[in-house]
Write a protein that binds this ligand. Sequence first.
Ligand SMILES: Cc1cc2nc3c(=O)[nH]c(=O)nc-3n(C[C@H](O)[C@H](O)[C@H](O)COP(=O)(O)OP(=O)(O)OC[C@H]3O[C@@H](n4cnc5c(N)ncnc54)[C@H](O)[C@@H]3O)c2cc1C
Length: 399
Amino acid sequence: MNAGATTVIVGASVAGIRAAAALRHNDPHRRIVLVDGEDEDPYDKPPLSKAVLSNTDLPSPTLTDHIGHGIDYLRGTQAVAVDPAASTLTLGDGSVIRYDSAILATGSAPRHLPQLAGIPGVHYLRTLAEATALRNDLRRRPRVVVIGGGFIGSEVASSARELGLDVTIIEAGPRIAARVLPEPVSHALAALHAQHGVSVRCGTAVHGASYDADRRAVELNLDDGDTIVGDVVVVGIGTTPCTDWAADSSLPIRDGFVCGPDLRVKGTSNLHAIGDVARWFNPRYGEEMRVEHWTNAREHAGIAAHNIGHPHSPRHAATVPFLWSDQHGTRIQHVGDPNLTAVDVDAVHLSHSARVFTYSRDGITVGATAFNAQGALAKIRKQLVDQRAAVLHADHIYH
Ligand SMILES: Cc1cc2nc3c(=O)[nH]c(=O)nc-3n(C[C@H](O)[C@H](O)[C@H](O)COP(=O)(O)OP(=O)(O)OC[C@H]3O[C@@H](n4cnc5c(N)ncnc54)[C@H](O)[C@@H]3O)c2cc1C
């Protein structure tokens, strides 16, 4: 163990907090400094598009239980530069922290629609402050237009319907959640929205917008020549990894910090990147990937913490991506190969509301999506995790 060494962690959301907790658990003597630009107690993001919007009482989605234990938490403190050669992190106030090891866990931020810049009533959703602002606007009982039919857009639509609001999703692609789900499952999700009164319009994009101050409404001009009016507009068109602050660092950045299988940033000996901001080589799939799901951030945190304490016997992030989502009272879970092109899809209905879609390639199961079927999904997930473990153990090329 590296007693008394300093580890600095940039980003105090699920990845950063869980890494701090694991480091402390593994080594009671390590100095751990956790830095986050937001001036909040650490909190978890999944409730922001769900209970925080639809419940009358604001739950507190905090991660604070994991801090304390001698972890120095610098809130409201932006990291503005990292120097891998000198092993230093520079903060917004000009102060410099020297580290023995560092973890970059700066996550991702919503992509903005330039056509909507400066228009009142337009919301993006990533932070607790943004969720609180949206929640307050939804209380005015507005017509809601959600731009983007991914998971976050769909969850906002579902929460707004729970509040009894009029909701339309505008999706530029031919179907919703197309980045993650095969076609039949996208259609099943669209049918779920339709059953619960959400209007879903695919294949048309927003190309312009104006604000009517008298009516306090946003008029959106669509590619198909139509216009749609929303009192509240929520944009959920994907995210970009938060790497800009380290742009001058000489670190490899390509849609995320580029890492090897052990999550070490390439070309460095003591810097790891984890969670949404990490583009790493996943040996299970033999390719680089960046995954924006909560479980990925948590799994990365444990692996990076282990590897900092055990640099000579590192673990590799041969993880199987997994996500969950709650929409219209349905628990949706998805697991497996992030690339689901050219898969065979089988659907099994377990009951009126429970079904499982499994995906296979050459007869081998590579992934699954479940609607209200957590037990069945857990079995498939275990099977996928175990599936290639033997191959990975036998294969020493990454060790
Ligand atoms: C509304 C919403 C709902 C979601 N729901 C689900 C769900 O149901 N299921 C699921 O699997 N996933 C869900 N996700 C995704 C999941 O929350 C993310 O994958 C997870 O939060 C990633 O964690 P992270 O720690 O890597 O990054 P983030 O959560 O993005 O945190 C990064 C942190 O770094 C800080 N930071 C950034 N730059 C700097 C800097 N320069 N200096 C200091 N601090 C900095 C930020 O302030 C932030 O606190 C949801 C995400 C959102 C936004």
